[in-house]
Design a protein around this ligand. Sequence first.
Ligand code: ADP
Ligand code: ZN
Length: 754
Amino acid sequence: MAVAPPPSSTHASGADQPTTGGLRVPVLLPMPFTGPFDYKAPASMALKPGDIVSVPLGNRRQTGVVWDTHTTLPADLAHPTPAKTVADNRLRAVAERLELPPLNAELRRFVDWVAAYTLSPPGMVLAMTLRLHMKGATPAPAMGWIAPPTPPEELRLTPARQKVLALMADGSPRTTTDIASAAEVSAGVVKGLADAGALRPVLLEPASPFAQPDPLHHPPVLEGAQKEAATALRHSVQDKKFSVTLLEGVTGSGKTEIYLEAIAACLEQGQQALVLLPEIALSAQWMDRFTRRFGVRPAVWHSEIGQKARRQTWLGTADGSATVVVGARSALFLPFCNLGLIIVDEEHESLFKQEEGVIYNARDMAVVRARLAGFAAVVVSATPSLETLANAHAGRYQRLVLPTRHGGASLPQTHLLDMREAPPERGLFLSPRLVEDIAATLGREEQAMLFLNRRGYAPLTLCRTCGHRMECPHCTAWLVEHRNRQVLSCHYCDHTEPMPPVCPNCKTEHSLTAIGPGIERITEEARQSFPDARILVMSSDTLGGPAATAEAVAKIARREVDLIIGTQIVAKGWHFPHLTLVGIVDADLGLGGADLRAGERTIQLLHQVAGRAGRASAPGRVVLQSYTPEHPVMQALLSGDFDQFMEQEAEQRRPGFWPPYGRLAALIISADTPQAADDAAARFGRTAPYGEGIQVLGPAPAPLAILRGRHRRRLLLRTWRSIAVQPILHRWLGLVPLDRHVRVEVDIDPVSFL
Ligand code: ADP
Ligand code: ZN
């Protein structure tokens, strides 16, 4: 998060007329102030906490929410800001209460909690809730017409008017447009009848766009472990108490099928359910599954839905008409009025972490929302994070395991291909053995997939003559060649430049060389090796968003593709029934660098990719190209013993109190110049907190030492689990005065260490 500058005035004070009489109410605005501002409201407005209001701020109007006068935060999170009280006679008045459902106490507590935990201004967390729908005014309710049982006596009846009255004789209300088109008359005829009193205006209730899912529509037949898991999940929902359950099971074991039963239980007791998925996994496939089970589609929430759907879903969650929402992480901030269950599918995904603005992890905050409101949360994964496993081991989470694939499908066999023994030809990246394997698979008319988690053509462009490397002018990063677009582009900022004709350093022609592969280059190689294969490339460059991704997945399922080449987008929960071979081009890729979770992430990602193979009757195979086949990650992928690997990880993290056995928070200091960044970082270093169970690492240049032109330094605060980091951070941040040009971001429970 960005630490907010102190507000110029803690309370709104007015240039316009002070009001007299009325009540003082705190109003939280969706802005980076430290807390709510007091306003005055006439008693007749009868404002209650949660009401959405419009208030004056400076010379503008601003939407805000009437907030609570007392904090509900636990002591270790509460950070009272000294209230500057504005005299009654200087308070400005609430302009109006908006005709919107109020935010309930549960959501207000959640907003306060997330703000306190992430050290963000509460208004910025509120903004995530409000921004979701509040662009412009609420739409005027639709007006229609209804015909009274007997028309006025003196009515002049033309043929056109008779047609309208005949249409309206059934008593249903209709809009002007509907009447004009159904009776084939002009809108003027309708108006004339209205003026003559033969049609009366009515308010049309907008039909809720959300059909109600039917829990009895098409229940699955469950046996054995599936049945036990479904029963346990149903009970945890029916308890109507806070609980967290880890639903774990190999890919294809029926986890989705089982958690749909938890949703059914939630619907049966008349409550709403929320399913969080990583954005790109929000697929038509998932919708189809849901529709088959419940008869109708759920409400959907992601970055691509239009303004109208946003508003409808926001209102639908608030009035209870949207009973099941499936969405990306921001759906967690929707104003549900009667939430009874949250499911976090693919809980290990780092996409649940929002890295900008309010820096929060939607998986963890989902658990918080469930705890504050007292209902069940379910986290789901084939490869749970160590955080979640540790919670299960400690007994904080219930753990349910589905040990086998549904319907007797076997797990794919894994082969390690030692690239030192079977290297590719010079300039190529696929081992001849993998090429043979793919050829054989395609020959059997089965599908194959190549996975490489790197977009573009090549990650590095180098001059063969002088050794110059093409780097981003604004970031500590190499430029990635995108040959399809004929540009070099930075994957950390917006910088893009044309591929230069000569080396910018030594001016030699034809000397710039692509080093290493991205998926464009693998595609080029595959086209040469398999000229007849129908190839589909899946990456964020080739697929714009959820809709395009869904179409690609459908093509694969329809067998219109032979070879899929993709980045991590292919690792999501897709069901590709004809896919039998998965080739991992560079299994070692994620293991470099100083990332705490490099091993865990690599194994989760590769296991997930591998899980796409052999989900139907034909058995699947996975080939891992590796230069370090002896690495524990490769060995664990080979043996399939994920539990044992995670135990080793746990053993490595426990002694140093690394998460989940301790707490971690990062400070990222950035400034326009390296000196300013160093100065500020040194000041944080000198004032670093200390004590038993508290340690500060750094300051050190961030791995991305320059990002978008800003120079970055990092410090890490690590504590025992029993110590809350928020009060320590508040004190620390308060000790270091900062220049205007220096920014400090606080990242609680960091996932990225760049
Ligand atoms: P996961 O979420 O663990 O990857 P899924 O729930 O997607 O597994 O199940 C894999 C496949 O098996 C899906 O096509 C699903 O419809 C099917 N399946 C799983 N359990 C059952 C069941 N009890 N009855 C019918 N089909 C099932
Ligand atoms: Zn850049």
